[in-house]
Write a protein that binds this ligand. Structure first.
Ligand code: ME8
Length: 515
C-alpha cells in the first residue's frame, strides 16, 4: 500500500440549486490535487457530495410540489452529471439523506450529549435561511445578513445548544500549535481575531413542527438537526467512522478540507469544537479560497461575457475551462470571471504557446523525418540548458502543487513552455535541416521531450488534451524524468490541440443566440 494517504474533500453543496461556476471551481481544484497526488504514487480518497437537509431544500421542494426526498433524488444526478462533464474523478459521493450518514449524526450527537455538551434553552436570534444559521447582533450589519444582504427575521424558540464556548481556549491553542491547520495565513488570522471575543454556544436543532426535513435527535424526537451539525459530519462518515475503523484511521488524520471563504467560520470554529467534544482528532488542514465574482452590469454589454460553465464546456471543451479556473484564481483572493479573459488566456497560453508548439514540432518531423522522432545525437550547451530547465521546472512545480499553489505551478510550466518556443526559434531546425540534418533532429527531439514533460506537468489540470499530446509521441512511460521519449517512434496524427478562438466570429455567434 502506498505511504502517506491523501484525503481531500469539497464542501457538500446544497441540493436546492443547480451547480454553478463557484462549485465547479472548488471541485476542479480538489480533482486536480487528487490527480496530482495519485500521479506521485499516493493513495488518494476524494470525497464530494450533497447537503440535502434543511429549510432551503424543504422550501425548494415545496415550491415544486414534491417531497424533499423526491427533490433531492432529482437533483443528485444533475450534480453528478456536471462532475462527469468536468472529468471529476471522485472516490465517494455522499448524500446526507443516506442511512450511513444519519447513523453517524445520531452516534456523534449521543457522544456530545453524554459529554455534557448539549443543553436546552430558549433563544432569540436573527435567522438567515441562506446561511442556515442564527446571527448574533454583533455579527450583523444593521439587521441584514453580511453574506446575503437580506433583512433577517428575529426568531424566539426553545432549542438544543452545543457548548461551543467550552472549547474556545482549546481551539485557540490548537490553531497556534498547528500553523498549517487553517490556510491561507490571512484566513487563520481572521479566525484567531474572531476568537478574541467570547464564543457563543451553537444552536443545533429545530423543532420538528417548524422544520421537519432533518435528522431526528436521538434524545428528543420532537426536534431535528440539519446543516452544520449534520453536514459537517459527512467528512467522517465517508471514510468509515462507523463500521470501518481501519479505513477511518487511515484517511481521517490526512483530511484536507477545501472550502470557499463563505464557510470558513463553520469549518474552522464549529467543526473543530464539535470534534473535540466527540473525542475525534481534528482534520489536517482547512483551505479556504476566495470567490469568483461576476460583474453583472458589464456582462451583458461586453463581448460574450457569459458565465455559465456548461455552456463554456460545450463551446470550448472541458480542459480549457479547467485550465482557466485553475490559472486565473490566486487562491485566497477573489477573481473576476469573464469570457473575455477566458478567451485571452486561452489564445495566449493554450493556442499560441502550447498548442502551436506541438503543431510546429510535429509538422517539421513529418516534413523532414518521415513522421518519426529523430535521434538525440550529441547534445550542445543549448540542449543541456533545456534539460536543466526541465528538471528545475519539474522540481518547482512539484513543490508548488504540494503546497496547493496551483496557479503558480501552471505559470512555472508555461514559462518553461515559452522557453521551449524560444529555443526552437533560436535553433531554427527548418534552416539547420539544409546543411545538418542530425542537428535539426537533435533540436526537434529536445523540443518534443520538453513538450512531453510540460504536458505531464499539466496533466492533472488538463487530463484529456495532455493525453492527446502524450499519445502523439507514443511514449509508454508515465515518468517525468528527462530522456523518456523514444527516437524512431512514429508520430500519431492529432487534431490541432487548442484551435485559436476567433473573437469576432464568437461575438457574432453569441449575438445570433441572443446572449
Ligand atoms: O455552503 N466562488 O453549500 P453551498 C467560489 N452546504 N466558490 C464558490 C462560489 C463562488 N462564487 N459559490 C460557491 C454550503 N462556491 C454547505 C456546505 S459543507 C459541510 C456544507 C463554492 O452550496 C465554495 O466552495 O452554498 C463554497 O464554500 C461552496 O461552494 C458553498 O456551497
Amino acid at each position: 500500500m502506498p505511504d502517506n494517504p491523501f484525503y481531500i474533500t469539497t464542501p457538500i453543496y446544497y441540493s436546492n440549486d443547480e451547480p454553478h461556476i463557484g462549485h465547479s471551481y472548488t471541485t476542479i481544484l480538489a480533482d486536480v490535487l487528487a490527480r496530482y497526488h495519485r500521479s506521485i504514487g499516493k493513495d488518494v480518497f476524494f470525497l464530494t457530495g450533497l447537503d440535502e437537509h434543511g429549510q432551503k431544500v424543504q422550501q425548494a421542494a415545496e415550491s415544486r410540489n414534491i417531497t424533499p426526498q423526491e427533490h433531492c433524488d432529482d437533483m443528485a444526478p444533475k450534480w453528478k452529471k456536471l462532475w462527469e462533464k468536468l472529468h471529476i474523478q471522485f472516490d465517494d459521493f455522499i448524500r446526507t439523506t443516506e442511512p450511513r450518514h444519519q447513523e453517524v449524526v445520531k452516534n456523534i450527537l449521543t457522544k456530545v450529549m453524554d459529554a455534557g455538551d448539549i443543553y436546552m434553552d430558549e433563544y432569540g436570534g436573527y435567522y438567515c435561511v441562506g446561511c442556515e444559521r442564527f446571527y448574533t447582533e454583533k455579527e450583523l450589519e444593521g439587521e441584514k445578513c453580511p453574506q446575503h444582504e437580506k433583512e433577517l427575521e428575529f426568531i424566539t424558540e426553545k432549542n438544543y445548544f452545543f457548548k461551543m464556548s467550552k472549547y474556545q481556549e482549546d481551539l485557540i491553542e490548537y490553531i497556534n500549535k498547528n500553523p498549517g491547520f487553517i490556510q491561507p495565513e490571512h484566513r487563520k488570522n481572521e479566525i484567531l481575531g474572531f476568537l478574541r471575543q467570547p464564543l457563543d454556544d451553537l444552536c443545533i436543532s429545530r423543532p420538528r413542527n417548524r422544520l421537519s426535513w432533518g435528522v431526528e435527535l436521538p434524545f428528543d424526537s420532537d426536534y431535528v438537526t440539519y446543516v452544520w451539525f449534520d453536514a459537517l459530519l459527512n467528512y467522517v462518515t465517508a471514510p468509515g467512522y462507523l463500521g470501518n475503523t481501519e479505513n477511518f484511521e487511515k484517511w481521517w488524520p490526512q483530511a484536507v478540507h477545501l472550502i470557499g471563504k463563505d464557510i470558513l467560520m463553520t469549518h474552522a470554529v464549529y467543526w473543530p469544537t464539535m470534534l473535540m467534544s466527540a473525542g475525534i482528532s481534528l482534520p489536517k488542514k482547512i483551505f479556504a479560497h476566495g470567490w469568483w465574482l461576476l460583474q453583472e452590469s458589464k456582462m451583458s454589454k461586453s463581448l460574450g461575457n457569459v458565465v455559465d460553465p456548461l455552456k463554456l464546456i460545450d463551446e470550448y471543451g472541458v480542459d480549457p475551462v479547467r485550465y482557466y479556473l485553475m490559472r486565473e484564481m490566486v487562491p485566497g483572493q477573489d477573481s473576476n470571471f469573464t469570457v473575455e479573459s477566458f478567451i485571452k488566456r486561452y489564445n495566449s497560453d493554450l493556442a499560441n504557446d502550447f498548442g502551436n508548439l506541438l503543431s510546429r514540432v510535429t509538422n517539421l518531423m513529418h516534413k523532414y523525418f518521415e513522421g518519426k522522432i529523430p535521434d538525440w545525437g550529441e547534445s550542445t550547451p543549448a540542449e543541456d540548458k533545456m534539460r536543466e530547465n526541465a528538471e528545475s521546472t519539474t522540481y518547482l512545480v512539484n513543490e508548488l502543487m504540494k503546497s496547493m499553489r496551483i496557479n503558480e505551478a501552471i505559470e512555472e510550466t508555461m514559462q518553461f513552455i515559452r522557453s521551449v518556443n524560444k529555443y526552437l526559434e533560436k535553433q531554427a531546425p527548418w534552416k539547420l535541416i539544409k546543411e545538418d540534418q542530425k542537428s535539426a533532429g537533435r533540436v526537434l527531439i529536445t523540443a518534443s521531450e520538453s513538450l512531453r514533460i510540460g504536458a505531464k506537468l499539466l496533466q492533472p489540470i488538463m487530463p484529456n488534451r495532455t493525453q492527446t499530446l502524450l499519445d502523439t509521441f507514443g511514449t509508454e512511460t508515465s515518468e517525468l524524468g528527462w530522456g523518456q521519449i523514444m527516437p524512431g517512434n512514429k508520430l500519431k496524427k492529432h487534431n490541432q490541440l487548442f484551435p485559436r478562438i476567433e473573437i469576432h466570429k464568437n461575438a457574432e455567434s453569441r449575438k445570433a443566440e441572443g446572449t
